[in-house]
Design a binder for this molecule. Sequence first.
Ligand SMILES: [Zn+2]
Length: 215
Amino acid sequence: MGKKSSQSKKSSNGELRSDERLYRREDIYDNETTEIISGAVDTIITKLGEDVSREGLLKTPERVAKAYQFLTHGYQLDPDRILKSALFEEDYSEMILVKDIEVYSLCEHHMLPFFGKAHVAYIPNGKIVGLSKIPRIVDVFARRLQVQERLTLQVRDAVDRVLNPLGTAVVIEASHLCMMMRGAEKQNSVTTTSAMSGEFHREATRLEFMRLVGA
Ligand SMILES: [Zn+2]
């Protein structure tokens, strides 16, 4: 517990502050990109039989262009840098679990949302990461065009790569609007994906993790 203070001391240094700027959840729009996507959205709306010049739709192409840039801003972020910005030496070697992380992503097949919760656990091997970085890593990969399976693996692999822990486990439970809105079947189904490494391949460890996340 005494290590907590060293965390806050480190996170107030100048280098981290410049990192923080990169990771802030701000809307970063590029003018040229906005213009090009707006033009494409204008075409889509017109082709669907709507009148883009009516009042309610006038600013829609630009809004959509900005929304998509925000919803895919994970491409601009470097997950390894985010994790490395808050690494601390620590002897703790029990499971660390961050539960119920909100996930909002876009399926790459339909560009429709899928959303739900992620649970991320790891067993440290001399290094721990600031807890707030775990939801951020989920967001870095979720804010891209995705499939849930790859998202799950990417989160696990990033933790494995940077922290080199004794094991990592990721479970994501999500509802997919492309299934719910389009198909007649499985309207309320939740898709669960998981990815484990190291110690989590041991049954006792995996079962403890599953019991803790209630999955
Ligand atoms: Zn889809």
